[in-house]
Design a protein around this ligand. Sequence first.
Ligand SMILES: [Zn+2]
Ligand SMILES: [Zn+2]
Length: 322
Amino acid sequence: MIQKFFDNIYKIELPIPFPMKTTNVFLIDERPRTLVDTGIKTDASFEELQKALEHLGFSISSIERILITHGHIDHYGQAQKISSLSGAPIYIHPKDYGKIRSIIHSFGSLKSILLRNGVPETLVNQAIRFIESAQKMADSLSEAFFLEDGDSIPFASMTWKTIHCPGHSSGLVCFHWPEGKTLFTGDHLLKDITPNPVLNIPDNPSPLRYPGLKEYLSSLQKVEGLEINLLLPGHGEEVHDPQGLIRKILTHHQERMNQVLSLLSPGEKTPYEIAMDLFPGVPPFEIFLGVSEAVGHLEILREAGRVRVKEKGTKDFYSLEG
Ligand SMILES: [Zn+2]
Ligand SMILES: [Zn+2]
């Protein structure tokens, strides 16, 4: 499906084999002709993109630049393939470029993080196998240009700005078109889903062991300060009330914070146990996301002096402070 915004922005929905069903990529028909995100690398996704571009009078080889919002397979998966076919340079934040390049080597540390957070070993192995096989739906990036916060992205008759919004992933960038009051958000803001700051192995020493959620909340404030009235997200429909959506997400996290506190009142728990209380009966891959959500809140509460963490054996247990 193709949807048009302004004179020259086309949203193209590409299929993904996950519950969200589709990823949005955007074609900007202005020189250099730019694709924002690329979708996952499957035959179905590639054919759908090809068909949509032809329908609009273009082709894969007419793409002149590829901007990547973040290093998740549903967003960068076929970037390398499109770049090889068209010669279009790829732009991405260095943190997610590094993550993509080292993903194969990071399964070991991901495994130990999940075990440490109390996830049973059989589930950890299932989750890792799922992520490993999903990784086949993406090509690693060979060469890329780096986008840092504040970097300009010039077009023939407009200039976008790069807004670094760590949280959902540590190298996520949004693209701001000030004259159009429009923001391309990747997975930082989605219409009907509260984006999950995925459990990241911290890139540098931080007071929080898992800073994802804290970073996510301050990235929300960063976007709150922009003059925007249209969000073009990486999944689902556009959003016409950015400030309302941000308020809704902030309220949701406040409620979740209170929920986590009350789940701890009977006594200490691992993040996995909290995740099971929050999301009973979730499939293995989503356990990983549930633990990310639990640990993000626990670490913010720990920093605020509301909970403490104790290492017992090889696992972390959180309990209410004092
Ligand atoms: Zn993502
Ligand atoms: Zn996504």
